[in-house]
Design a protein around this ligand. Structure first.
Ligand code: GAR
Length: 205
């Protein structure tokens, strides 16, 4: 790899498979950037995976802080210290409070396992199954002060199959996300994603 142009910080809480897919895409030169740090709110598989890849890691648990605001401020300062161009929330299962969102607005994106605005929140896959939709999917959007609400950058559909349970459906969604998230980051570092109010324009070449 040559000189890394862009700097990404990835936030994780779980298995970190999307962080790994993104790091792999960077390694293949598909995204003109690198993952400069992986930050977690809990000890998780994703953090260990990042560590084994030789990525810089940090753990900041909310326990020990008096409020969500105080934790969010500490998280903001920690992440800002890595001087990211783009902050990627990839399976980060904690609501980011205004101090964090405001600091990075416009360069903070989130990956969500449904076609927003359907099934916002922490149980998107289960709720889509329970509702009985035939198509769900994944969304990458800018983060604003409301949960799973900010301007949508890209969405892709995933079929729900007969016999699916939460696990099988989520695996199918993740397989799609492993391509979707790097694609959005690639476009971002090419300067082709333009935020205009609630709408996002993706510039043709
Ligand atoms: C992904 O499916 C992502 O969309 C979802 O968590 C998973 C993380 O997987 N995010 C949310 O549910 C956010 N509300 P990973 O840890 O294997 O990348």
């Amino acid at each position: 790899m040559g000189v890394v142009a862009g700097r990404m910080v990835v936030l994780v809480s779980g298995s970190g498979s999307n962080m790994e897919a993104l790091a792999d895409a960077c390694g293949r030169g598909e995204v003109d950037a690198g993952v400069v740090a992986v930050v977690a709110d809990r000890d998780c598989v994703g953090l260990k995976a990042a560590d084994s890849r030789g990525l810089q890691i940090a753990l900041l648990e909310p326990a020990g802080f008096d409020s969500r605001e105080q934790w969010s401020e500490a998280l903001r300062d920690l992440v800002a210290g890595y001087e990211p161009d783009l902050v990627v929330s990839a399976g980060f299962m904690r609501i980011l409070a205004p101090p964090f969102v405001d600091a990075f607005y416009g360069r903070l994106i989130n990956l969500h396992p449904s076609l927003l605005p359907a099934f916002a929140g922490a149980h998107a896959v289960r709720e889509a199954l329970e509702y009985g939709v035939k198509v769900t999917g994944s969304t990458v959007h800018f983060v604003d002060r409301q949960v799973d609400h900010g301007p949508i950058i890209m969405q892709k559909p995933v079929p729900v199959r007969a016999g699916d349970d939460e696990e099988t459906l989520h695996q199918r969604i993740k397989a799609l996300e492993h391509r979707l998230l790097p694609e959005v980051c690639r476009l971002w570092f090419q300067g082709r994603i333009h935020l205009q109010g609630r709408r996002v324009e993706i510039q043709e070449r």
